[in-house]
Design a protein around this ligand. Structure first.
Ligand SMILES: Cc1cc2nc3c(=O)[nH]c(=O)nc-3n(C[C@H](O)[C@H](O)[C@H](O)COP(=O)(O)OP(=O)(O)OC[C@H]3O[C@@H](n4cnc5c(N)ncnc54)[C@H](O)[C@@H]3O)c2cc1C
Length: 383
């Protein structure tokens, strides 16, 4: 057992941090406010191989694990240049296709995940299902030519930046009852979608998706119908690990800014950081972010070792811890800055709503607490 990362992982973090700082938070916020996207950053990260660190080497990737991808995600966030779609495209979609895709699907998709040129959104949330995925109704009907998909999804991130969406639906024979998901790759030009106005300052936007009898070829179905629940779970643990890393990166960014400010801003004799009322919330944020990071690394290590069950518990806990830690870190950073905390120039107000996201998505803190109560503690299910 070791509590330090390998020299290779540390070098990866350093290189990614350099790229992140080259773009930085000002770039991200300007893109967000002007309705733009952080495409240049995504493309450069892809060219440098950072978005494909977890794709197998035989498909042009780095051959690493989710721990490596999480390190990339965290370091970009810590530089103020987090890429939300990393939580989805390389983490969920590439992982599911690596583990369950047919040989042809792997050859078609993985080399393009490896260099970031393929961006795939992921759609499970539905208006009438929400946290209860067993209620999803997006349904694929088998035809002579393949499938016809009908349904609706909400809050799907980055659809406008993506070539396709990995859609979680059901086949017609598994239309009701406990979820037996079927996963389909659906090109974004095959259906209609519209943006959801959100009060989050982010270049990555959310959409409502409408599938109105969308015709898909046979091989739009990833893997097999029978392994479907396992396939879905294979993607959800990486998603939680990545969401935690995204949050930890954002929290580190806010904390660094606050510490710099607390060291220099002087309104009495000493810099404000000399006051414990200012210093302690920052110290608390540091502790909570480190704890969340440790749990995230544990979850990634378990996942990369193939222990999906233990990884599931740890990934849920990590996501919970990171969501709580980033909210408190951003709040402490805003407070440390006084009025400047909400001035656009300082970039912290922009993080207030964004930091709340990890408490809600990809799985809410309440659903994580339900999971831990039932799975870890053996308490009865309440819903
Ligand atoms: C910015 C953003 C990006 C997103 N991106 C994506 C994406 O790319 N793809 C995708 O598929 N989805 C995405 N989502 C959706 C997200 O995963 C859901 O919002 C989330 O899972 C919660 O579902 P819901 O919004 O339907 O809330 P609901 O399920 O309606 O829940 C509302 C509240 O009730 C609580 N609650 C519900 N059931 C229980 C229970 N049994 N016990 C206790 N509390 C309960 C919840 O915790 C929550 O606080 C995104 C959401 C946001 C905000």
């Amino acid at each position: 057992m070791t509590f330090t990362e390998s020299a290779e992982r540390q070098a990866l973090r350093k290189a990614v941090a350099e790229l992140g700082h080259k773009y930085g938070h000002t770039y991200t916020v300007e893109k967000a406010r002007s309705g733009g996207h952080t495409t240049e950053l995504w493309e450069e990260a892809g060219r440098l191989g950072y978005l494909g660190v977890n794709v197998p080497e035989e498909y042009g990737g780095g051959g690493g694990g989710i721990g490596d991808l999480a390190a990339v995600c965290e370091e970009l966030g810590a530089a103020g240049a987090g890429l939300l779609q990393m939580v989805v495209s390389p983490a969920i979609c590439a992982t599911i296709i690596t583990r369950y895709g047919t040989d042809e699907q792997k050859r078609r998709y993985l080399p393009r995940f490896a260099d970031g040129s393929l961006r795939m959104a992921f759609a499970i949330t539905e208006p009438d299902a929400g946290s209860n995925s067993h209620r999803i109704t997006t349904t694929a009907k088998r035809t002579a030519d393949g499938w016809v998909l009908t349904g609706r999804k909400v809050y799907i991130s980055c659809v406008d930046e993506s070539e396709s969406v990995l859609v979680v639906g059901r086949t017609e024979d598994a239309k009701t009852g406990k979820l037996k998901p079927a996963l389909f790759v659906v090109p974004t030009d095959a259906f209609t979608y519209q943006p959801i106005p959100m009060d989050i300052i982010s270049p990555d936007r959310q959409f409502s998706l409408f599938f109105d009898e969308v015709a898909l070829p046979h091989d739009a179905l990833i893997g097999s119908e029978d392994a479907a629940l396992m396939q879905l779970f294979a993607g959800l643990n990486p998603e939680r690990i990545m969401a935690a890393s995204f949050a930890i990166g954002m929290g580190r960014f806010a904390l660094d800014k606050a510490v710099d400010y607390a060291k220099t801003r002087t309104v009495w004799k000493e810099p404000i950081g000399a006051h414990q009322a200012v210093a302690h919330p920052l110290a608390q944020a540091k502790i909570e972010l480190e704890l969340a990071k440790l749990m995230t690394q544990k979850a990634a290590a378990l996942y990369d070792a193939g222990d999906d069950m233990a990884a599931g518990e740890a990934a849920n806990m990590a996501k919970y811890a990171a969501g709580e830690a980033v909210v408190r870190a951003v709040d402490a950073a805003v407070q440390t800055h006084g009025g400047n905390g909400l001035a656009s120039e300082y970039g912290l107000g922009a993080l207030v709503a964004a930091s709340r996201l990890t408490r809600i998505a990809p799985v809410s803190r309440e659903m994580v607490l339900n999971f831990v109560a039932q799975f870890s503690l053996g308490l009865p299910k309440s819903y």
